[in-house]
Design a protein around this ligand. Structure first.
Ligand SMILES: *Cc1c(COP(=O)(O)O)cnc(C)c1O
Length: 457
């Protein structure tokens, strides 16, 4: 008998108390920090959906592994456990540990970037793009057209546009392309997966033109689960085999261990090229640490080695993808506009459709995010004109989409928390026409979404 309810495949081992607050208290708290959700104390948040990065719950086996952490400077047993766990899934010759994904990016693009270089991807994540641009290289996004359409139901909206990639290679010239990247799942494009077929085609094209191919593999397990569920001929495959097949198509990877490896901190760079690896290790020593710990403590390496065995569990992945879809589909059925299909790690509310009466330059996403906090203590993240509207030349332009991301931390909230989120969203939706826009009262020179202050109009 297959039951309809898919239970959380874990029981709670240690708890963090949520301090309950009233709407009146929250209205004071958010006004007191200039209506910026990043400025709240997280103790004043009931359900924190700001990000899935480093916010997941570790298992008791991970906590036990932390006690086995060996803090030797060089050649610690914890390092060998970590390296084996990475290579079990991604059998690249060199594994270079870093404190976060962006540190791996910084090292890779310091080695490969520079003026005149152009690096394509399906969609570069923002830290990836920033590190490429900081090296004075250019970052280009070539996701398929469906990946830019919030209502398209394409099963693999993270796929690379293969025609556009080949045109790009011919136009740019192989000598100016140091590496081709693919983000799995496509975080900036809504957590949408990439198909195995598309990865194979990109890999073949890179071989044809003799270009290195690297994965930004932060959500590799979620992506592999989507392949198993949605791609012809994959439904009987083991996730570990799918992950290894994905790895075999590329020459290396950058990784944030704060995502699928179930860590609170960590990352790595892995690759086959000996000369490039040596260059990267030399850069690692400058900013991160010795090559057998990178920016991490031995105990972190232990926790990640265990996390990498837990993340490929079919029971976990089935629960993970189904529970994210449970939230998204419930909202959609209530007539609340969300980006479809629901991705792996987050549900994106479409604030433009939710609040059609608020113009983009009055920040509908910010208005919606603040209201979700006031009404229900939920913290989401505006991904719209506040985040992307200010251009380097100082002008302000509406972002292509006004979204509020509700990212789901791994193994952290139960179905009743999510049912509560659904109820709060429905209440806010009922009163949507009463919401007003905001103006920016105080704005920093860059990355304004983190520290701006907002005043209601
Ligand atoms: C989070 C993330 C990164 C950066 O990793 P950090 O650990 O936050 O530095 C890079 N790429 C993608 C797709 C991510 O989701």
């Amino acid at each position: 008998m297959e039951f309809k309810t898919i239970i959380e495949p874990f029981k709670i081992h240690s708890v963090a108390t949520i301090a309950m607050t009233t709407q009146e208290q929250r209205e004071k708290l958010i006004t007191g920090v200039g209506n910026n959700l990043f400025s709240l104390h997280s103790d004043d948040v009931l359900i924190d959906l700001l990000t899935d990065s480093g916010t997941g719950a570790m298992s008791r086996n991970q906590w036990a592994a932390i006690q086995r952490g060996d803090e030797s400077y060089a050649g610690s047993p914890s390092w060998f456990k970590f390296k084996d766990a990475v290579q079990n899934l991604f059998p690249y010759t060199h594994v270079i540990p870093t404190h976060q994904g962006r540190a791996a990016e910084k090292i890779l693009f310091t080695a490969l970037g520079g003026p005149g270089k152009v690096i394509p991807s399906n969609t570069h994540f923002d830290t990836t793009r920033a590190n490429i641009e900081y090296s004075k290289a250019e970052a280009v996004d070539l996701v398929i057209a469906e990946g830019r359409d919030p209502s398209s139901l394409h099963p693999f909206k993270g796929n690379m546009d293969l025609v556009a990639l080949e045109e790009f290679i011919i136009k740019t010239g192989v000598a100016n392309i140091p590496v081709v990247m693919m983000t799995i799942t496509n975080n900036s494009g809504g957590g949408q997966p990439v198909s195995l077929e598309n990865l194979k085609a990109v890999s073949a094209m890179c071989k044809k033109y003799n270009l290195p191919f690297f994965l930004d593999a932060c959500r590799f397990a979620e992506n592999a689960w989507f392949i198993r569920e949605r791609e012809a001929g994959q439904s009987e495959c083991n996730i570990v085999d799918i992950v290894r097949e994905i790895a075999s198509l590329a020459d290396g990877m950058t990784m944030s261990a704060k995502k699928d490896p179930l860590g609170n901190i960590g990352g790595w760079l892995a690759l086959n090229d000996d000369a490039l690896a040596e260059k990267c290790r030399n850069l690692l020593i400058l900013t991160e640490g010795f090559p057998t710990y990178g920016g991490l403590a031995g105990r972190d390496l232990e926790a990640l080695a265990v996390g990498l065995t837990e993340i490929v569990s079919h029971d976990y992945l089935k629960y993970r993808i189904t529970s994210t879809a449970y939230l998204g589909n419930a909202l959609s059925e209530l007539g609340i506009p969300v980006m479809l299909p629901i991705g792996g790690h987050a549900v994106y509310l479409d604030a433009k459709a939710f609040l059609p009466h608020i113009p983009a330059l009055q920040y509908p996403g910010q208005s919606l995010a603040v209201e979700l906090y006031k009404v229900g203590g939920i913290r989401g993240c505006e991904i719209g004109t506040v985040m992307f509207g200010r251009k380097p030349d100082g002008t302000e332009v509406a972002a292509p989409m006004e979204l509020v991301r509700l990212a789901i931390p791994r193994r952290t909230y139960t179905q009743s928390h999510i049912d509560y989120v659904i109820e709060v969203c429905a209440e806010v939706h009922k009163n949507a026409s009463r919401l007003r826009g905001y103006k920016i009262a105080k704005e920093p020179a860059s990355l304004r979404h983190f520290t701006s202050e907002f005043a209601p109009l």
